[in-house]
Design a protein around this ligand. Structure first.
Ligand code: AMP
Ligand code: FE
Ligand code: FE
Ligand code: ZN
Length: 285
C-alpha cells in the first residue's frame, strides 16, 4: 500500500472510524509509518474517542502523534471546520466538551431525521446507517455508506451530489459552535486551533481577510493552506493575509480511508512548524 515514501513531516488532519473515516486509528498509524511520515494527528469530527488507540499505535510503530479534533463550527452563517490540537482531555468538564456533546447530539437527531426522509424513497433504515460501527459522531457519510451498500449509488461522492447536498430535499442542517467561541474554548482547554480547508472548492469563495483577522483576534493559531480540496486560484490572497496576520501555515491530507479520494500523507506539515505548534501548546495563555 505504501506506494511512495514521504520525507518525514506530519499529516495533521485525518479521520478514523470513530467519526467518518473507514479505518481504525491504529491502522492510520501503521499506514503513516509505512509511508515514512514523521507523525500524524487524528482529527475526528467532534470527538476525541480515538486518541488513546492512535497514541498507543503511533508509539508502537515509532512515529509522532498529536491529538486533534475537527470541530463543526460556523461564522456568520457559514460552515467553518476548526482543527483543535493538544487539548487537555482532563479539561473534560470544560465548556468545550459540553459544546461538543451538544454538536454530537444535534448531529444524531439530524441524521435520524434525514434517514426518515430518505426512507420514503430508498429502502434504508437507521440500523443500516449506524450498524454496529465505532462511530461516536454521525455524519452524512454514514448515510451515504448505507445507500451505497443498499446498491442505490456507486460511492460516497455520488450520494453527496445526488441526495445529501445542502440544497437537497432530504437535507437538514446541524448545530455548529460559533467559530470564535470554539477558538476560545480550545485555548481554554490548553489547545491551539487551525482553520481547516479555508479555500475548499465546495465553498462559495475563500475565507476573507476580514474574517481571518477576526478569528486571529479570537486566538486562531494557523491556517490549513495546503489541503487537497483547496482551490489553487483562491490561495494567493489567503497566503498574503495569513503572512500579514502572522498565522502559521499547515498542510494535511484530510484522509478518510476509503471514504474519500484523499491519500494519507499527500500533504504534510514540516517538522519545524509542528515543533512551534508543540511549543504553543506548552505555553499557557
Ligand atoms: P456532515 O459532517 O454530516 O456535514 O458531512 C460532511 C462530511 O462529509 C465532510 O466532513 C466530509 O468528510 C464528507 N464529504 C463531504 N462531501 C463529500 C463528498 N463529495 N464525498 C465524500 N465525502 C464527502
Ligand atoms: Fe469528514
Ligand atoms: Fe472538514
Ligand atoms: Zn476533515
Amino acid at each position: 500500500m505504501a506506494e511512495r515514501r514521504s520525507q518525514g513531516g506530519f499529516d495533521l488532519h485525518t479521520h478514523s472510524s470513530f467519526s467518518d473515516g473507514t479505518t481504525r486509528p491504529s491502522e492510520i498509524a501503521r499506514e503513516a509509518a509505512a509511508l515514512g511520515l514523521g507523525g500524524f494527528a487524528l482529527t475526528d469530527h467532534d470527538t476525541i474517542a480515538g486518541w488513546d488507540e492512535a497514541r498507543e499505535a503511533a508509539a508502537t510503530v515509532g512515529i509522532g502523534f498529536l491529538p486533534g479534533i475537527e470541530i463543526t463550527s460556523e461564522h456568520d452563517g457559514r460552515s467553518r471546520h476548526l482543527l483543535g490540537y493538544g487539548i487537555d482531555p482532563g479539561a473534560r468538564g470544560s465548556e468545550l466538551f459540553s459544546a461538543l456533546d451538544e454538536v454530537r447530539r444535534s448531529r444524531l437527531q439530524r441524521a435520524q431525521e434525514m434517514v426518515r426522509r430518505l426512507s420514503r424513497d430508498y429502502a434504508i433504515s437507521w440500523e443500516d446507517v449506524v450498524g454496529d460501527g465505532d462511530a461516536r459522531t454521525v455524519g452524512r457519510p454514514h448515510i451515504a455508506d448505507a445507500l451505497v451498500l443498499a446498491g442505490y449509488f456507486p460511492d460516497r461522492g455520488t450520494v453527496f451530489e445526488r441526495v445529501l447536498h445542502p440544497g437537497s430535499r432530504y437535507y437538514i442542517g446541524t448545530y455548529a459552535v460559533a467559530t470564535r467561541d470554539a477558538i476560545r474554548m480550545v485555548r481554554e482547554a490548553g489547545g491551539a486551533t487551525v482553520l481547516a480547508h479555508p479555500a475548499a472548492i465546495r465553498q462559495r469563495g475563500p475565507v476573507t481577510d476580514a474574517e481571518l483577522r477576526l478569528l486571529a483576534d479570537a486566538g486562531l493559531w494557523g491556517i490549513e493552506l495546503s489541503h487537497p480540496e483547496n482551490r489553487e486560484s483562491w490561495l494567493p490572497p489567503l497566503e498574503r493575509s495569513a503572512a500579514s496576520i502572522g498565522l502559521e501555515a499547515t498542510g494535511a491530507s484530510d484522509y478518510h480511508g476509503a471514504g474519500k479520494a484523499n491519500r494519507l500523507g499527500e500533504r504534510t506539515t514540516g517538522e519545524e512548524i509542528v515543533a512551534r505548534l508543540r511549543e504553543r501548546l506548552a505555553t499557557p495563555s
